[in-house]
Design a binder for this molecule. Sequence first.
Ligand code: ATP
Ligand code: MG
Ligand code: MG
Ligand code: MG
Length: 351
Amino acid sequence: MKIKLGLLYGGKSAEHEVSLLTARAVSQAINFDKYEVYPIFITKVGEWIKGNPLMGPVDTVESLKISKETIRPNSITSFLPIDGDDASHLDVIFPLLHGPNGEDGTVQGLLEVMNLPYVGNGVLASAAGMDKVVMKQLFNEAGLAQVPYVHFIRNEWKNSQTALLQKMEGNLKWPLFVKPANLGSSVGITKVANREELLTAVEVAFKYDRKIIVEQGIVARELEMSVLGNDEPRCSIAGEVLPTKDFYDYEAKYEDGTTNYAIPAEVSPELLEKMKDAAIRAFKVLDCSGLVRADFFVTDDEEVIINEVNTLPGFTPISMYPKLWMESGLAYSDLIEELIALAMERFEEKQ
Ligand code: ATP
Ligand code: MG
Ligand code: MG
Ligand code: MG
């Protein structure tokens, strides 16, 4: 019997369109002899729409924007195995979502409650990996080197702005990076060189989150590594992001084509080992499963400083995460197979 695989894509976040491209790419790589593939489309306003099984690879993203059988997020019974409708019983879900409501543990929690196996990180790792402050506190616990930072919530900013400014100016060297704690794709992030810019950047970041992190800027190479597995994760080769502008902002990631990539990155065997060690420690301290992309800063004297991990990294065939695996000898379709197998394994372990 074929495995019933639900592809969960779209979503309310800024990364809706990217998610559609990912779903199309996955449909083109999946083995239809082995899987019956059900599209589950989350619209931009958050409606969940489950479609009929795909007949084969999808050519256009338009055809993924299905509009039948509207299911509200709070009426989850249509996915439950108990509702008697055989076609609605899915064996495993592949969430292809990024950012809030996809990468942050909320969807993962829903799938847990529905008792459905799903690809990737669980509730805890997803939530901890989405919050840059919690993530950094755990990284610190794991002994990972990081840039100095200060964090605060809106209420603290309102009541103790002067003290917080003193703390930042006393502990951090300019330039600083101001970030909403819970986001991705560089949305809401500003690099600032003085107090005036800092004040504006804080207001910008508060538009996206009630919690902000301000980091000391570092001049360093940006290297990334893919991690795959559950209890015994393994690492890919390293990749390098080479922004040609000030930093790797949203436009540089998705729009203006100014970013270059080196895959594999030029790294010494010693540096590669240091990165692998740090990536695995990060994976373990967040209790990750399935996949993670670890993002590092590497200084001239080859100090490895962790910036963050992404628990649902970009997953189109041209994204860094799968690319690093391709260059490591694992094809896109085999990577998908392995992630689904890891999801099943993790689910069975819990039963
Ligand atoms: P994504 O999830 O898409 O990787 P993000 O929104 O989580 O991104 P970060 O990775 O934290 O954001 O930062 C985005 C980019 O900003 C980095 O890739 C880097 O170019 C720059 N950057 C962030 N923090 C620093 C820092 N402390 N020093 C120097 N550059 C930084
Ligand atoms: Mg991130
Ligand atoms: Mg991200
Ligand atoms: Mg990043």
